[in-house]
Ligand binder design. Structure first.
Ligand code: AMP
Ligand code: TRP
Length: 343
Protein backbone atom coordinates (compact mmCIF):
# COMPACT_ATOMS: atom_id res chain seq x y z
CA UNK A 1 0.00 0.00 0.00
CA UNK A 2 1.34 3.46 -0.81
CA UNK A 3 1.64 6.21 1.82
CA UNK A 4 -1.71 7.58 3.04
CA UNK A 5 -2.49 11.02 1.76
CA UNK A 6 -3.92 14.08 3.41
CA UNK A 7 -5.14 17.35 1.93
CA UNK A 8 -6.59 20.48 3.45
CA UNK A 9 -7.06 24.14 2.67
CA UNK A 10 -7.61 27.45 4.42
CA UNK A 11 -8.71 30.85 3.14
CA UNK A 12 -6.40 33.89 3.27
CA UNK A 13 -9.17 36.24 4.34
CA UNK A 14 -8.04 37.52 7.74
CA UNK A 15 -5.03 39.20 9.30
CA UNK A 16 -4.58 36.19 11.52
CA UNK A 17 -5.78 32.64 11.97
CA UNK A 18 -7.67 32.12 15.22
CA UNK A 19 -7.74 29.63 18.05
CA UNK A 20 -10.61 27.70 16.42
CA UNK A 21 -8.62 27.26 13.20
CA UNK A 22 -5.57 26.22 15.17
CA UNK A 23 -7.21 23.61 17.40
CA UNK A 24 -9.90 22.50 14.95
CA UNK A 25 -7.65 22.01 11.95
CA UNK A 26 -4.15 23.45 11.69
CA UNK A 27 -2.59 21.56 14.57
CA UNK A 28 -3.71 18.34 12.89
CA UNK A 29 -2.15 19.49 9.61
CA UNK A 30 1.20 19.62 11.37
CA UNK A 31 0.81 16.28 13.17
CA UNK A 32 -0.37 14.36 10.10
CA UNK A 33 2.79 15.21 8.15
CA UNK A 34 4.67 12.60 10.16
CA UNK A 35 3.02 9.64 8.52
CA UNK A 36 1.16 11.05 5.50
CA UNK A 37 2.01 12.54 2.18
CA UNK A 38 0.48 15.96 2.78
CA UNK A 39 -0.88 18.69 0.49
CA UNK A 40 -1.79 21.98 2.17
CA UNK A 41 -3.20 24.81 0.22
CA UNK A 42 -3.98 28.50 0.78
CA UNK A 43 -7.26 28.81 -1.08
CA UNK A 44 -7.25 32.20 -2.77
CA UNK A 45 -9.80 31.12 -5.40
CA UNK A 46 -12.23 30.48 -2.56
CA UNK A 47 -11.39 33.84 -1.01
CA UNK A 48 -12.70 35.78 -4.01
CA UNK A 49 -16.19 34.28 -3.68
CA UNK A 50 -16.69 37.45 -1.64
CA UNK A 51 -15.13 40.72 -2.70
CA UNK A 52 -11.45 41.13 -1.79
CA UNK A 53 -9.18 44.11 -2.28
CA UNK A 54 -6.37 42.79 -4.54
CA UNK A 55 -3.39 44.10 -2.54
CA UNK A 56 -4.89 42.92 0.71
CA UNK A 57 -5.52 39.45 -0.72
CA UNK A 58 -1.88 39.22 -1.83
CA UNK A 59 -0.66 40.30 1.61
CA UNK A 60 -2.94 37.88 3.43
CA UNK A 61 -1.91 35.02 1.16
CA UNK A 62 1.70 35.54 2.27
CA UNK A 63 0.61 35.99 5.85
CA UNK A 64 -1.36 32.73 5.77
CA UNK A 65 1.65 30.93 4.33
CA UNK A 66 3.99 32.37 6.97
CA UNK A 67 1.63 31.37 9.80
CA UNK A 68 1.36 27.81 8.51
CA UNK A 69 5.14 27.52 8.32
CA UNK A 70 5.46 29.05 11.79
CA UNK A 71 3.03 26.46 13.17
CA UNK A 72 5.20 23.70 11.83
CA UNK A 73 4.05 22.86 8.31
CA UNK A 74 7.31 21.56 6.86
CA UNK A 75 7.80 22.42 3.18
CA UNK A 76 10.41 19.70 2.81
CA UNK A 77 7.89 17.01 3.71
CA UNK A 78 4.58 18.56 2.62
CA UNK A 79 3.47 20.45 -0.46
CA UNK A 80 2.51 23.92 0.80
CA UNK A 81 1.07 25.94 -2.06
CA UNK A 82 -1.35 28.58 -3.25
CA UNK A 83 -4.48 27.24 -4.95
CA UNK A 84 -4.41 29.65 -7.91
CA UNK A 85 -0.86 28.49 -8.75
CA UNK A 86 -2.25 25.11 -9.77
CA UNK A 87 -4.70 25.73 -12.62
CA UNK A 88 -6.12 22.22 -12.44
CA UNK A 89 -8.24 23.25 -9.41
CA UNK A 90 -10.44 25.45 -11.57
CA UNK A 91 -10.57 22.91 -14.36
CA UNK A 92 -11.71 20.00 -12.19
CA UNK A 93 -14.20 22.28 -10.42
CA UNK A 94 -15.93 22.89 -13.75
CA UNK A 95 -16.17 19.20 -14.53
CA UNK A 96 -17.51 18.40 -11.05
CA UNK A 97 -20.03 21.23 -11.31
CA UNK A 98 -21.49 19.39 -14.28
CA UNK A 99 -22.26 16.33 -12.16
CA UNK A 100 -23.65 18.32 -9.20
CA UNK A 101 -27.38 18.87 -8.88
CA UNK A 102 -28.59 22.43 -8.52
CA UNK A 103 -30.73 21.44 -5.55
CA UNK A 104 -27.88 19.47 -4.04
CA UNK A 105 -25.63 22.56 -4.07
CA UNK A 106 -28.51 24.66 -2.75
CA UNK A 107 -28.73 22.53 0.38
CA UNK A 108 -25.29 23.55 1.66
CA UNK A 109 -25.94 25.27 4.98
CA UNK A 110 -22.87 27.54 4.80
CA UNK A 111 -24.12 28.91 1.50
CA UNK A 112 -27.62 29.38 2.89
CA UNK A 113 -26.31 31.19 5.96
CA UNK A 114 -23.90 33.45 4.08
CA UNK A 115 -26.27 34.30 1.25
CA UNK A 116 -29.10 35.05 3.65
CA UNK A 117 -26.82 37.35 5.59
CA UNK A 118 -25.52 39.14 2.47
CA UNK A 119 -28.76 39.24 0.50
CA UNK A 120 -29.12 37.71 -2.94
CA UNK A 121 -27.94 40.79 -4.84
CA UNK A 122 -24.54 40.65 -3.12
CA UNK A 123 -24.23 36.86 -3.40
CA UNK A 124 -22.04 35.59 -6.24
CA UNK A 125 -22.49 32.40 -8.24
CA UNK A 126 -18.97 31.55 -7.02
CA UNK A 127 -20.23 31.45 -3.44
CA UNK A 128 -22.88 28.97 -4.59
CA UNK A 129 -20.34 26.70 -6.30
CA UNK A 130 -17.73 27.12 -3.52
CA UNK A 131 -18.18 23.55 -2.18
CA UNK A 132 -17.64 22.12 -5.67
CA UNK A 133 -14.30 23.92 -5.92
CA UNK A 134 -13.50 22.49 -2.51
CA UNK A 135 -14.30 18.99 -3.81
CA UNK A 136 -11.94 19.63 -6.71
CA UNK A 137 -9.18 20.78 -4.31
CA UNK A 138 -9.44 17.47 -2.55
CA UNK A 139 -10.03 15.02 -5.38
CA UNK A 140 -7.11 16.27 -7.49
CA UNK A 141 -4.81 14.74 -4.89
CA UNK A 142 -6.48 11.34 -4.82
CA UNK A 143 -4.15 8.39 -4.32
CA UNK A 144 -4.44 5.66 -6.96
CA UNK A 145 -7.83 4.01 -6.48
CA UNK A 146 -8.37 0.27 -6.24
CA UNK A 147 -8.15 -2.53 -3.79
CA UNK A 148 -4.85 -1.38 -2.30
CA UNK A 149 -5.69 2.30 -2.15
CA UNK A 150 -4.34 3.99 0.98
CA UNK A 151 -6.52 6.17 3.22
CA UNK A 152 -7.20 9.69 2.01
CA UNK A 153 -8.07 12.14 4.77
CA UNK A 154 -9.08 15.77 5.11
CA UNK A 155 -8.40 17.44 8.48
CA UNK A 156 -11.03 20.14 9.14
CA UNK A 157 -13.37 21.44 11.84
CA UNK A 158 -16.97 20.33 12.29
CA UNK A 159 -18.34 23.16 10.11
CA UNK A 160 -16.81 21.50 7.03
CA UNK A 161 -18.47 18.11 7.49
CA UNK A 162 -21.27 18.82 5.03
CA UNK A 163 -18.81 19.98 2.36
CA UNK A 164 -16.86 16.78 2.88
CA UNK A 165 -20.04 14.75 2.46
CA UNK A 166 -20.68 16.47 -0.87
CA UNK A 167 -17.09 15.73 -1.92
CA UNK A 168 -17.62 12.06 -1.13
CA UNK A 169 -20.88 11.99 -3.06
CA UNK A 170 -19.25 13.60 -6.11
CA UNK A 171 -16.29 11.19 -5.98
CA UNK A 172 -18.65 8.21 -5.87
CA UNK A 173 -20.85 9.62 -8.62
CA UNK A 174 -17.87 10.28 -10.90
CA UNK A 175 -16.47 6.79 -10.24
CA UNK A 176 -19.84 5.23 -10.97
CA UNK A 177 -20.37 7.16 -14.18
CA UNK A 178 -16.86 7.10 -15.63
CA UNK A 179 -14.98 4.30 -13.86
CA UNK A 180 -12.92 4.15 -10.72
CA UNK A 181 -10.92 7.39 -10.62
CA UNK A 182 -11.01 8.81 -7.10
CA UNK A 183 -10.43 7.36 -3.65
CA UNK A 184 -13.41 8.55 -1.61
CA UNK A 185 -11.88 10.87 1.03
CA UNK A 186 -12.73 10.89 4.72
CA UNK A 187 -13.19 13.86 7.00
CA UNK A 188 -10.63 13.87 9.80
CA UNK A 189 -12.40 15.73 12.60
CA UNK A 190 -11.19 15.48 16.19
CA UNK A 191 -14.20 15.36 18.46
CA UNK A 192 -12.78 17.39 21.36
CA UNK A 193 -11.75 20.36 19.25
CA UNK A 194 -14.23 20.12 16.35
CA UNK A 195 -16.01 23.30 17.43
CA UNK A 196 -14.23 25.87 19.57
CA UNK A 197 -16.74 28.52 20.59
CA UNK A 198 -16.78 32.29 20.89
CA UNK A 199 -15.48 33.62 24.24
CA UNK A 200 -18.36 36.11 24.47
CA UNK A 201 -21.06 33.88 23.04
CA UNK A 202 -20.08 30.37 24.09
CA UNK A 203 -22.86 28.60 22.21
CA UNK A 204 -21.69 29.99 18.83
CA UNK A 205 -18.64 28.90 16.84
CA UNK A 206 -15.58 31.13 17.11
CA UNK A 207 -15.59 32.65 13.65
CA UNK A 208 -13.67 35.37 11.85
CA UNK A 209 -16.83 36.61 10.18
CA UNK A 210 -19.37 36.30 12.99
CA UNK A 211 -17.47 36.74 16.26
CA UNK A 212 -16.99 40.13 17.91
CA UNK A 213 -13.34 41.08 18.52
CA UNK A 214 -13.70 40.19 22.20
CA UNK A 215 -14.99 36.73 21.33
CA UNK A 216 -12.20 35.66 19.00
CA UNK A 217 -8.58 34.88 19.93
CA UNK A 218 -6.08 35.43 17.15
CA UNK A 219 -2.82 33.58 16.74
CA UNK A 220 -1.11 36.91 15.96
CA UNK A 221 -2.65 38.66 18.97
CA UNK A 222 -0.36 40.63 21.32
CA UNK A 223 -0.09 39.14 24.86
CA UNK A 224 -1.87 42.03 26.65
CA UNK A 225 -5.16 41.90 24.72
CA UNK A 226 -5.00 38.12 24.62
CA UNK A 227 -4.89 37.88 28.42
CA UNK A 228 -7.72 40.38 28.74
CA UNK A 229 -9.95 38.39 26.40
CA UNK A 230 -9.63 35.27 28.51
CA UNK A 231 -10.14 37.17 31.77
CA UNK A 232 -13.34 38.67 30.31
CA UNK A 233 -14.59 35.46 28.73
CA UNK A 234 -18.28 34.92 29.45
CA UNK A 235 -18.70 32.22 32.04
CA UNK A 236 -21.75 30.78 33.65
CA UNK A 237 -23.62 31.20 36.86
CA UNK A 238 -22.35 29.08 39.70
CA UNK A 239 -18.75 28.64 40.73
CA UNK A 240 -17.89 25.03 40.07
CA UNK A 241 -15.39 24.22 37.32
CA UNK A 242 -17.22 21.41 35.61
CA UNK A 243 -17.98 20.64 31.97
CA UNK A 244 -21.67 20.77 31.10
CA UNK A 245 -22.43 21.67 27.51
CA UNK A 246 -26.05 22.60 28.20
CA UNK A 247 -25.76 24.33 31.54
CA UNK A 248 -22.20 25.72 31.40
CA UNK A 249 -21.16 26.26 27.78
CA UNK A 250 -18.59 28.94 28.68
CA UNK A 251 -16.62 26.86 31.18
CA UNK A 252 -16.98 23.80 28.96
CA UNK A 253 -15.30 25.66 26.09
CA UNK A 254 -12.46 26.91 28.29
CA UNK A 255 -11.88 23.38 29.60
CA UNK A 256 -11.84 21.97 26.07
CA UNK A 257 -9.25 24.54 24.99
CA UNK A 258 -7.07 23.87 28.00
CA UNK A 259 -7.28 20.08 27.64
CA UNK A 260 -6.25 20.34 24.00
CA UNK A 261 -3.31 22.62 24.71
CA UNK A 262 -1.83 20.81 27.69
CA UNK A 263 -2.60 17.31 26.39
CA UNK A 264 -4.71 16.45 29.42
CA UNK A 265 -8.43 15.74 29.45
CA UNK A 266 -11.49 17.39 30.93
CA UNK A 267 -12.05 15.06 33.93
CA UNK A 268 -8.40 15.53 34.91
CA UNK A 269 -8.79 19.32 34.73
CA UNK A 270 -12.01 19.21 36.77
CA UNK A 271 -10.04 17.46 39.48
CA UNK A 272 -7.08 19.82 39.23
CA UNK A 273 -9.37 22.86 39.63
CA UNK A 274 -11.69 21.42 42.28
CA UNK A 275 -12.42 24.16 44.81
CA UNK A 276 -10.81 26.90 42.74
CA UNK A 277 -12.60 29.78 41.05
CA UNK A 278 -13.19 30.65 37.40
CA UNK A 279 -10.56 33.39 37.66
CA UNK A 280 -7.72 30.94 38.27
CA UNK A 281 -8.72 28.79 35.29
CA UNK A 282 -8.90 31.83 33.03
CA UNK A 283 -5.54 33.11 34.17
CA UNK A 284 -3.81 29.77 33.65
CA UNK A 285 -5.48 29.31 30.28
CA UNK A 286 -4.36 32.74 29.07
CA UNK A 287 -0.77 31.84 29.99
CA UNK A 288 -1.02 28.53 28.18
CA UNK A 289 -2.39 30.11 25.00
CA UNK A 290 0.31 32.79 25.12
CA UNK A 291 3.01 30.16 25.50
CA UNK A 292 1.65 28.46 22.40
CA UNK A 293 1.04 31.52 20.23
CA UNK A 294 4.01 33.74 21.10
CA UNK A 295 6.63 31.62 19.31
CA UNK A 296 4.26 31.17 16.34
CA UNK A 297 3.73 34.93 16.13
CA UNK A 298 7.45 35.63 16.33
CA UNK A 299 8.33 33.06 13.68
CA UNK A 300 5.56 34.42 11.43
CA UNK A 301 6.99 37.91 11.68
CA UNK A 302 10.50 36.67 10.85
CA UNK A 303 9.21 34.69 7.87
CA UNK A 304 7.28 37.68 6.55
CA UNK A 305 10.47 39.71 6.53
CA UNK A 306 11.94 37.43 3.86
CA UNK A 307 9.70 37.62 0.80
CA UNK A 308 12.08 35.73 -1.44
CA UNK A 309 12.16 32.73 0.85
CA UNK A 310 8.35 32.60 1.07
CA UNK A 311 8.05 32.79 -2.69
CA UNK A 312 10.62 30.03 -3.13
CA UNK A 313 8.75 27.77 -0.69
CA UNK A 314 5.46 28.36 -2.48
CA UNK A 315 7.06 27.73 -5.88
CA UNK A 316 8.42 24.43 -4.64
CA UNK A 317 5.03 23.50 -3.18
CA UNK A 318 3.18 24.40 -6.37
CA UNK A 319 5.66 22.29 -8.34
CA UNK A 320 4.97 19.23 -6.17
CA UNK A 321 1.22 19.78 -6.22
CA UNK A 322 1.08 20.38 -9.96
CA UNK A 323 2.86 17.10 -10.63
CA UNK A 324 0.08 15.17 -8.90
CA UNK A 325 -2.79 17.37 -10.11
CA UNK A 326 -1.69 17.14 -13.76
CA UNK A 327 -1.66 13.35 -13.60
CA UNK A 328 -5.14 13.20 -12.08
CA UNK A 329 -6.47 15.59 -14.74
CA UNK A 330 -5.07 13.51 -17.59
CA UNK A 331 -7.08 10.56 -16.36
CA UNK A 332 -10.18 12.69 -15.70
CA UNK A 333 -10.16 14.33 -19.17
CA UNK A 334 -9.85 10.96 -20.83
CA UNK A 335 -12.61 9.37 -18.73
CA UNK A 336 -15.00 12.22 -19.44
CA UNK A 337 -14.44 11.83 -23.18
CA UNK A 338 -12.39 14.89 -24.05
CA UNK A 339 -10.35 14.44 -27.18
CA UNK A 340 -6.63 14.14 -26.41
CA UNK A 341 -4.43 16.89 -27.78
CA UNK A 342 -1.74 15.72 -30.19
CA UNK A 343 1.79 16.90 -29.34
P1 AMP B 1 -12.20 29.11 8.15
O1 AMP B 1 -11.74 30.06 9.19
O2 AMP B 1 -13.68 28.99 8.08
O3 AMP B 1 -11.52 29.33 6.83
O4 AMP B 1 -11.74 27.66 8.64
C1 AMP B 1 -10.47 27.08 8.46
C2 AMP B 1 -10.41 25.74 9.16
O5 AMP B 1 -10.60 25.91 10.57
C3 AMP B 1 -11.52 24.77 8.72
O6 AMP B 1 -11.01 23.45 8.72
C4 AMP B 1 -12.58 24.93 9.77
O7 AMP B 1 -13.39 23.80 9.90
C5 AMP B 1 -11.74 25.16 11.02
N1 AMP B 1 -12.46 25.98 12.01
C6 AMP B 1 -12.89 27.26 11.83
N2 AMP B 1 -13.51 27.73 12.94
C7 AMP B 1 -13.44 26.71 13.85
C8 AMP B 1 -13.88 26.59 15.21
N3 AMP B 1 -14.48 27.59 15.83
N4 AMP B 1 -13.65 25.42 15.84
C9 AMP B 1 -13.02 24.39 15.21
N5 AMP B 1 -12.58 24.46 13.95
C10 AMP B 1 -12.77 25.60 13.27
N1 TRP C 1 -13.99 25.58 2.94
C1 TRP C 1 -12.86 25.44 3.81
C2 TRP C 1 -13.05 26.40 5.01
O1 TRP C 1 -13.76 27.34 4.98
C3 TRP C 1 -11.57 25.78 3.14
C4 TRP C 1 -11.20 24.78 2.08
C5 TRP C 1 -11.13 25.02 0.75
C6 TRP C 1 -10.84 23.42 2.28
N2 TRP C 1 -10.72 23.89 0.09
C7 TRP C 1 -10.54 22.91 1.00
C8 TRP C 1 -10.76 22.61 3.41
C9 TRP C 1 -10.16 21.58 0.82
C10 TRP C 1 -10.37 21.27 3.23
C11 TRP C 1 -10.08 20.77 1.94
O2 TRP C 1 -12.42 26.20 5.99
Amino acid sequence: MSTPRVLSGIQPTADSFHLGNYLGALRQWVALQDDHEAFYCVVDLHAITVEQAPELLRRRTKLATAQLLAMGVDPERSALFVQSHVREHSELAWILSCITGFGEAGRMTQFKDKSTKQGSAATSVGLFTYPILQAADILLYTPSPGEHAPPFQVPVGEDQRQHLELTRTLAQRFNHRYGDTFVVPEAYILKNTAKITDLQEPTAKMSKSASSPAGIVDVMEAPGPLRKKFMRAVTDTGTEIKADLEGKPGITNLLAIMAALDHSNVPELEQRYAGQGYGQLKKDLAELVMDTFTPIRERTEALLADDRQLEAILAQGAGKARGVAAQTMEVVRDRVGFLGRAG
